[in-house]
Design a protein around this ligand. Structure first.
Ligand code: F6P
Length: 545
């Protein structure tokens, strides 16, 4: 028995349920329960979570719900919402929910209500956005036509994802995003832009991230070629005012937030400024409200109808109980094409830990590997493995009943048909007999019929969930993102880890800094491994510049 005796015992019933489900046929669950589709689904505010195409049956669900109880999800949830320092390794509260608490109801951190500050910053962002969108705030060459957000990780992925997702709501300046320290990124994004009508937003919680600061300096130099005072066309988003002042950006264009907002949870506040500029303050508020509604649901709905809790339990079932290491996020919504990348950071940076909160080794698998692409594109690329490969990949489909293009409704129907067909195919599969019948109808016989039929067998019984919504509006997007945020929280609580630090990104940063002089040939790199030294040497020999 590991050190986690109580935790291990806590898992016993779920693991037993998992063992009982090993040979279970999901499709048979439908045959024995006519109401399975509705019984294994939950809906909130137009958002449907269908988890009926998983091997979870009533007993497994009961065990999973009991696991959430035993892990004290409810208590931890209240601790989070009420400003306790649940990010114990950094000594911080976790309050991204306060950023969308439009009601302004008090949220206390160390005895102080943080809401007046949050709402004041939101009002300042809105005033700036209105001024810029109305042509009051201009560049040296006139109205701002383009906005460039320079940030990385949580200071990039959220705003980019939201900007693409909500393109039908855009009526402001065009936004562009630079993240990679590869000079190609800054060069390609800036090349077509006019510095005199461009606003640069430097988005960085710490304002020390080397990629962002390097790109910001490049953008400053680009602007300085045509604009007398570049700082006047710069804005800063950060929780480190000490660093932003060094850049000489006027305080009215510095939008701050507190250290209790994690980078990957920050698109609701100042880090979302580019999105607000693009879609306007009203639609940005609708986005916040959607998330706030999901917060209220998460906080009050019984676990058996609680979307984030159920989504987390499905995740635990597939990963920790059934041992499926990855999770594919497959939006049948072209405008959600960056959602998988966004969720990759949200889930993998949050729950990719092998040490429990108390410092002991995790005796479970950590969070899953998250990946994905929009459907239908993925169907013509990697779905082959999902359908017929030897590994099982639980799939998460997202799909809207309506598109924003009424004149292309027939295409939307095709999209939805494809989405539903994929989860159906994963569930149902195709037996050898069915494949043989198909081959026989084509005129094949004997060994050749048999051989060809085997290649056309689909094992089926592959789990998926579907998240459906009427239309991808700002409110819907807010609900979806908050749903996933809370899912990550619940999974983290059940695993007993801290979902809010990210120490695993530090070592690479330190080593990159130490490698610079080695690459320049100024340092022999004593103590470094042979491969790294050889690669550095190869780069130098091949004209590193
Ligand atoms: O290195 C990881 C990380 O700290 C992420 O957690 C964060 O979202 C990203 O870098 C960017 O950090 P910052 O907003 O401080 O520039």
């Amino acid at each position: 028995m590991t050190q986690h005796t109580t935790e291990t015992l806590m898992w016993d019933d779920v693991m037993r349920a998992g063992a009982a489900a090993e040979d279970r046929s999901i499709i048979d669950l439908f045959a024995t329960d006519a109401d399975r589709a509705s019984g294994f689904a939950a809906e909130f505010d137009g958002l449907l979570l269908d988890y009926s195409k998983t091997s979870i049956d009533a007993a497994a669900r009961e065990a999973l719900l009991a696991l959430a109880d035993k892990a004290k999800v409810a208590e931890r949830r209240e601790a989070m919402f009420s400003g306790e320092k649940i990010n114990e390794t950094e000594g911080r509260a976790v309050l991204h929910t306060a950023l969308r608490n439009l009601s302004g109801s008090p949220v206390m951190v160390e005895g102080k209500d943080v809401m007046p500050g949050v709402l004041d910053t939101l009002a300042r962002m809105e005033a700036f956005a209105a001024d810029l969108r109305d042509g009051g705030f201009t560049g040296q060459g006139g109205a701002i036509t383009d906005v460039v957000n320079i940030g990385i990780g949580g200071s990039d992925l959220g705003p980019v994802m939201g900007y693409i997702a909500l393109s039908p709501y855009r009526d402001g300046p065009r936004c562009h995003y630079i993240a990679n320290v590869d000079g190609a990124h800054v060069a390609d994004v800036l090349a077509p832009l006019d510095p005199e009508t461009t606003l640069i937003i430097v988005a960085s919680k710490t304002f020390t991230t080397i990629e962002t600061m390097t790109n910001a300096r490049a953008a400053w130099a680009w602007m300085a070629e045509k604009v007398k005072t570049p700082g006047e066309q710069f804005a800063a988003l950060s929780s480190n005012p000490g660093e932003t002042t060094k850049w000489g950006i006027a305080p009215e264009r510095v939008f701050g937030f507190e250290d209790w907002v994690g980078g990957r949870y920050s698109m609701w506040g100042p880090i979302g400024l580019s999105l607000m500029l693009a879609i306007g303050p009203d639609d940005f508020r609708a986005f916040l409200q959607g998330a706030a509604d999901m917060d209220a649901h998460f906080r009050s709905a019984p676990f058996e109808r609680n979307l984030p809790v159920l989504l987390a339990l499905v995740g635990i079932w597939h990963n920790q109980v059934q041992g499926h290491a990855t999770r594919a996020v497959l939006p049948y919504e072209q405008r959600l094409r960056r959602l998988p990348a966004y969720l990759q950071q949200l889930e993998m940076e949050s729950n990719g830990k092998s040490v429990a909160m108390d410092g002991s080794a995790l005796d479970m698998q950590s969070g899953p590997i998250v990946w994905g692409e929009p459907g239908t594109n993925g169907q013509h690329a990697f779905y082959q493995l999902i359908h017929q490969g030897t590994r099982v990949v639980p799939c998460e489909f997202l799909v809207g009943a309506q598109g924003h293009e009424p004149e292309l409704a027939h295409q939307h129907e095709l999209l939805v048909a494809n989405c539903l067909a994929q989860s159906e195919a994963l569930l149902r599969g195709r037996s050898l007999d069915e494949a043989r019948a198909i081959m026989a109808a084509k005129g094949l016989t004997g060994d050749e019929l048999d051989r060809q039929a085997r290649h056309r067998v689909f094992p089926g019984n592959r789990p998926s969930i579907t998240i459906a919504y009427p239309l991808l509006t700002p409110g819907t997007l807010g609900r979806i993102v908050a749903l996933y945020e809370h899912r990550v929280f619940v999974e983290g609580v059940i695993l007993g880890i801290n979902s809010y630090d990210q120490w695993g990104v530090e070592l690479g940063k330190e080593l990159a800094l130490a490698l610079e002089p080695v690459l320049k040939g100024e340092d022999p790199g004593k103590g470094k491994d042979g491969s790294t030294l050889a690669l550095a040497g190869w780069m130098r020999a091949h004209g590193l510049s």
